[in-house]
Design a protein around this ligand. Structure first.
Ligand code: UFG
Length: 327
C-alpha cells in the first residue's frame, strides 16, 4: 500500500497543493488540521483528521493509527500584522505547536520532518541575494516564531531521533494549474490575490503600501514563487530525507525580484483590465527588497521552479476571481 505522509495544516493553501501532489506521486496524504484557517473542501486526496497540533496526545494517536513515513508541518499562524497585535497566539501556535508536534513524532517513531519556514526569518537582509547563511534577524513576532521553531528542529535533530528539512518560502502565490485549488485567505492580505480581486471589481482598488522605497520604481521588491513549485519542493525534500540526507534549511525562491508595479502590470496585461490603485503610506515591517539565492535547493534537491514566472502565476490564479487571462 502507498506510503502515508501526515500533513499537519494540509487544509491550508500550501498544504492542500502539496497533499494533491503527494497523491499524484503515489503517497497517501493524511491531513491533520484544526480548520482555524484551513478549508475542509481542500482536503480531497486522502483521509482527514480534525485536530490541533497543540493536542500532543491526539497527534500521537494519529501517528499510531496511520504510521506515516514522514510528517510535513504546515500548521501555523501566518499574518505578520496579527503577530504584532497578538504575539501570544503566534508563540502558542507556531512555537508551542511545533514542540507538541515534534514530541508526538519522537514518541511515535516518526523521524523525518519537513517544516514550513519563511524568508520572514531574515528580516531586513544586509546583503542580497539572501543565502541560507545570511544572518537571521526577524523584525516581527511571526518571523521570530518561525526562527525559534527552526532552532528547535536543529536542537532536536542534534540530539538524535529525527532529521528535518526546513523550507524558507519566499512569496508563495498562484494556484493549481488544473484549477482544483486556489488561494483564499480570510482576511486576504497578499498582493497577488488582492490585485486580482481589485481587477475583478471585488474591492474598489489595490492599496500600494509605499511608492518611495529605494527601488527602481519605488515599490517593494519580492521573490514570487508558485505554490505548485513549492509543493514539488516538499516532495523532493521528502525523497532527500528518505535517501538519508542530513538535516538542513533551504531557501525556496526563484532568485528574481519583482516590484509591486511589475505584478500589477502583469495583471493588467493578462486580464485586459486596469487595476485601480491608491498609494498609501508604507506598511509597518515591510523590508524594501527580498529575493533568494536559490542555489542550495538546486544543488541539494535538484529543485528548479517551473511555474514561477509572473505570467504563469497570474494566469493560474485569475480563474478563481472569475477573470479570464489571455493565453
Ligand atoms: N502589498 C501591497 N498591497 C497589498 C498587499 C501587499 O502593496 O494589498 C505589498 C506589501 O507591502 C509587500 C508586497 O506587496 O511589499 C508583498 O506583500 P504580501 O503581503 O503579499 O507578502 P509579504 O512580502 O508581506 O510576505 C510576508 C512573508 C511571508 C509571510 C507573509 C505573511 O515574507 O513569509 O508575509 O502573510 F508568510
Amino acid at each position: 500500500s502507498a506510503a502515508r505522509i501526515l500533513v499537519a495544516g494540509g487544509a491550508g493553501y500550501i498544504g492542500s497543493h502539496t497533499a494533491k501532489l503527494l497523491a499524484k506521486r503515489g503517497f497517501e496524504p493524511v491531513v491533520y488540521d484544526n480548520l482555524s484557517t484551513g478549508n475542509r473542501s481542500a482536503v480531497r486526496w486522502g483521509p482527514f483528521v480534525h485536530g490541533d497540533i497543540l493536542d500532543t496526545a491526539h497527534f500521537a494517536r494519529t501517528i499510531g493509527r496511520h504510521k506515516p513515513l514522514a510528517v510535513i508541518h504546515f500548521a501555523a499562524s501566518a499574518y505578520v500584522g496579527e503577530s504584532v497585535e497578538d504575539p501570544a497566539k503566534y508563540y502558542r501556535n507556531n512555537v508551542s505547536g511545533t514542540q507538541s508536534l515534534l514530541d508526538a513524532c519522537l514518541a511515535g517513531g516518526v523521524d523525518k520532518i519537513i517544516f514550513s519556514s519563511s524568508c520572514a526569518t531574515y528580516g531586513v537582509p544586509a546583503l542580497l541575494p539572501i543565502r541560507e547563511e545570511t544572518p537571521q534577524r526577524p523584525i516581527n513576532p511571526y518571523g521570530r516564531t518561525k526562527l525559534i521553531a527552526e532552532h528547535m528542529l536543529h536542537d532536536y535533530a542534534a540530539a538524535g531521533g529525527l532529521r528535518y528539512v526546513a523550507l524558507r518560502y519566499f512569496n508563495a502565490c498562484g494556484a493549481d494549474p488544473e484549477g482544483e485549488l486556489g488561494e483564499w485567505h480570510d482576511p486576504e492580505t497578499h498582493l497577488v490575490p488582492r490585485a486580482l480581486l481589485a481587477a475583478a471589481g471585488g474591492i474598489p482598488c489595490l492599496d500600494i503600501f509605499g511608492d518611495d522605497y529605494e527601488t527602481e520604481d519605488g515599490t517593494c521588491v519580492r521573490d514570487y514563487i508558485h505554490v505548485t513549485d513549492l509543493a514539488r519542493a516538499h516532495i523532493m525534500a521528502l525523497e532527500y530525507l528518505v535517501g538519508g540526507g542530513r538535516s538542513l534549511a533551504l531557501n525556496l525562491g526563484t532568485g528574481r525580484g519583482s516590484s509591486i508595479r511589475e505584478v500589477l502590470d502583469t495583471v493588467n496585461r493578462l486580464t485586459g483590465r486596469a487595476v485601480p490603485i491608491r498609494i498609501n503610506p508604507r506598511r509597518a515591517g515591510d523590508p524594501p527588497i527580498l529575493y533568494a539565492d536559490p542555489g542550495l535547493a538546486r544543488k541539494t534537491l535538484g529543485f528548479q521552479p517551473e511555474y514561477s514566472d509572473l505570467d504563469t502565476i497570474v494566469r493560474t490564479a485569475a480563474p478563481f476571481f472569475g477573470l479570464e487571462a489571455r493565453p
